[in-house]
Design a protein around this ligand. Structure first.
Ligand code: PEP
Ligand code: MG
Length: 746
């Protein structure tokens, strides 16, 4: 019985292949497929429904239903049995369809005479394309073999659609990947870019779906799986110590040795598929399960299995990273996700980045920000929709992607880019001028940095120095802990590149969202409030000592500024400072040069430090408000959580009053104060901070121009009055009042 089913399946596939090879036009091919499927399955009806838009299915070919209804009958996603198959991605097998839940009678098709119904989704790697249906008068359930056979036909249809086999008139038969698509994601780095898609992991295209010689295909599959196992073992051997990667690879190894996985693919070959089509069929099933899975652990494992199938497909087809394709002009990288190291390899040649997943605090986002490359994350479907070389426009300000944009979008977008370019010119013209307000106050503008790639911006942005050098970025982009000498050489290069301008090195700020791949990840219920930054540094001082030594040696007699992150109480500052003193004494003892001057400050990122005793303020040499963290703790709103992170305005009167209080404490003790969170780089926020008395701001290099431009046009006394009046009037945020003031500027 099984053998009969296999030979039937092979026969059907053979006939499908002939259809694919024929010169027939798109519609004719679809018609042929419905004929031969109905014939082979012994049903009166076979119909193909394809999506004409995201919400609507259209009957595109039929054997057995009224031919007049082709391209006329349409249904919404979820409507009727066909719509349900499309929505859920699940097979419906009904012996008595008209009495099934959700059945919808379509008089124009003449389908009331058919009792049994079998519908399977037409999908390619999780992307929904339509529904394939067979119906018959006899009231019977279809067997597992019949379901399988129809699924295989659906898969072949999906592949043929991908290859453009059904292109014809009408929306549902439009060539795939030719229409404009607008995808709304989330902003991770502002800016706009126009260019061409570069797929980080190009899709593997399977062209030989059907095979005549199952023996040969079995051998190909066995060889490929063996290769895969060897490569996973090799990766595992080289990944020792890297727990997270080891865990993923262990899962890969388990799946690669799974008999069930191999057996399912072998069965696919027995039924007439080529080895690669057999892998892809299994992968499609996994993706369908992935879409249904609600349990995150299960979803992750299915994701592993999906990655493994991709590797196997690359081995079988010889397609993959090195496809020989040239990076297009103005490349815009498209990927599901990407590691910081890989992103750095591409470097500044990228014009924009679009990720299907990712998060604002991810390392890739950190690197994209450092490189000032517009980045949109959570861009759903981009991997399925985009082809290498497609024209694409990235609006990092709005978090929007225009793929294959039409002319009106192109011209509107180019206008926006031209306006931004004009603004850049304006900023360049004041680059060497100070940020002096109309009332004569000079505001110091520094830049934030963390990679060598940032340093050229010190010159081009007009920043006075580096107010925050995030040293953890160097740790994050590596696969193993950097050595002291490497770090010393790197910090020395940073100081060289700064040409005597002040650079404030912040010691390692890890934990929370910044997890080093080579350090054991902590399983904490609430990482943002957990073992992070200086807490790690003081509890396990080995790395901090190594870093302090590297900094002292890098300075090699030059002035040095060190800042400790996430100090929550006075005692943490004194303990960290004691480590510097110890390191300094050690260097002296070794006869090494000590810095000409050494200043040691702290980041004020927790409300507790704001209320530290006067002695702390007198003791600390400088303070920098880490507004990103301070704000999240002040409002109890997670900076990583999209649902709440923008809920509270920085210009909320409570927050501004809090900052004013810190400024007053610093004034009373003559403590230098700056602000280095993201808000320092937002012109309106920066203006308000300056107006309430914060006269030193550190920001992304790209923000220095816009902030300076606004400051030079404003009178801080006026802005301060606007802020205080709004607060006295009981406003929640001073933003509307400040915006009103700005509109009144000439
Ligand atoms: C901050 O918290 O504002 C800050 C500058 O540090 P990071 O964003 O690196 O946590
Ligand atoms: Mg912080």
């Amino acid at each position: 019985m099984v053998e009969r089913a296999e030979s039937e399946s092979r026969k059907l596939l053979g006939r499908l292949r002939d259809t694919m090879a024929s010169q027939a036009a798109g519609q004719e091919r679809l018609d042929q497929i419905t004929h031969l499927t109905a014939d082979s399955m012994g049903t009166e009806v076979c119909s193909i429904y394809l999506f004409r838009d995201e919400e609507t299915l259209e009957l595109c070919a039929t054997q057995g239903l009224n031919p007049e209804s082709v391209h006329q009958t349409r249904m919404k996603l979820g409507e009727g049995l066909v719509g349900r198959v499309a929505r859920t991605g699940k097979v419906i097998n009904a012996a008595d369809a008209p009495s099934s839940k959700g059945f919808r009678y379509m008089p124009e098709t003449g389908e009331e005479i058919y009792s049994s119904f079998l519908g399977v989704p037409i999908q390619r790697l999780g992307e929904k394309l339509g529904v394939l249906v067979v119906q018959s008068k006899e009231a019977r359930e279809f067997s597992a073999d019949e379901i399988y056979a129809l699924e295989v036909v659906a898969m072949v249809l999906a592949e043929m659609a991908e290859l453009g086999a059904f292109v014809g008139e009408g929306a549902a038969l439009q060539a795939r990947h030719t229409q404009p698509v607008l995808i709304r994601g989330v902003t991770a780095q502002e800016g706009t870019a126009e260019g061409h898609v570069w797929l980080h992991e190009p899709r593997v295209v399977v062209t030989n779906l059907v095979a005549d010689d199952p023996e040969k295909e079995h051998t190909r599959l066995t060889d490929a799986v063996e290769n895969l196992r060897i490569s996973v073992d090799q990766l595992l051997a080289s990944a020792s110590g890297d727990t997270e990667q080891v865990q993923v690879l262990e899962a890969y190894r388990m799946f690669a040795n799974s008999k069930g996985w191999l057996r399912r693919m072998e069965e696919n070959i027995d039924r007439g598929l080529s080895a690669e089509a057999a892998v892809e069929k299994e992968q499609s099933d996994v993706r369908a399960r992935m879409l249904q899975a609600t349990d995150s652990y299960l979803r992750e494992r299915l994701q592993d299995l999906d990655d493994l199938s991709n590797r196997l497909l690359r081995i079988l087809t010889g397609q993959g990273h090195q496809t020989g394709a040239e990076l297009p002009e103005n490349p815009i990288l498209v990927a599901r996700n990407i590691g910081p190291g890989e992103l750095l390899e591409y470097g500044r040649q990228l014009r924009g980045i679009i990720l299907e997943e990712g998060s604002v605090g991810s390392h890739a986002a950190i690197v994209a920000r450092a490189l000032a490359i517009p980045l949109v994350i959570n861009a759903k479907r981009i991997q399925n929709e985009a082809l290498n070389g497609d024209h694409v426009m990235v609006d990092g300000d709005q978090g929007v992607v225009h793929l294959r944009p039409d002319d009106t979008v192109v011209s509107a977008f180019r206008d926006k880019m031209a306006m931004q370019a004009k603004a850049q010119e304006r900023y360049a013209s004041i680059r060497d001028k100070p940020a002096v307000t109309l009332c004569g106050k000079t505001i110091r503008l520094d830049m934030n940095a963390g990679l060598m790639a940032d340093l050229p911006s010190l010159e081009s942005s007009g920043a006075e120095g580096v107010g925050l050098f995030r040293t953890e970025l160097q740790f994050l982009v590596r696969s193993q802990m950097p050595k002291r000498n490497e770090l010393a050489a790197l910090y020395a290069r940073v100081l060289d590149a700064a040409h005597g301008k002040r650079v404030v090195f912040r010691t390692l700020d890890i934990g929370s969202d910044k997890v080093l791949p080579y350090m054991q990840a902590q399983d904490e219920p609430n990482p943002a409030l957990g073992w992070r930054a200086i807490r790690v540094g003081l509890d396990k001082p080995g790395v901090m000592r190594m870093q302090l030594q590297a900094l002292l040696r890098a300075a090699n007699g030059r002035p040095l500024s060190i800042m400790f992150p996430f100090i929550a109480q006075y005692e943490e500052y004194t303990a960290a400072r004691a480590e510097v003193d110890k390191a300094l004494a050690r260097e002296k003892k070794l006869g090494n040069a000590v810095p000409e001057s050494l200043e040691i400050g702290a980041m004020l990122e927790t409300p507790s430090l704001a209320f530290a005793c006067k002695k702390f303020y007198e003791d600390v040499e400088f303070l920098s408000i880490g507004g990103n963290d301070l704000k999240q703790f002040f409002f109890a709103a997670d900076r990583e959580n999209e649902r709440v992170r923008r809920r509270y305005d920085t210009l909320n009167v409570s927050f501004l009053s809090f900052i004013e209080d810190i400024i007053a404490r610093c004034k009373a003790t003559d403590t230098r104060l700056s602000f280095c969170g993201e808000d320092a780089g937002r012109p309106v926020e920066a203006l308000c901070l300056a107006a309430i008395g914060l006269h030193s701001l550190s920001m992304r290099p790209a923000s220095v121009g816009p902030v300076k431009h606004l400051l030079r046009r404003c009178n801080l006394d006026d802005v301060r009055k606007v802020i205080h009046d709004a607060r006295d009037a009981g406003e929640q945020s001073v933003r509307p009042a400040v915006m009103e003031y700005l509109r009144g500027l000439s």
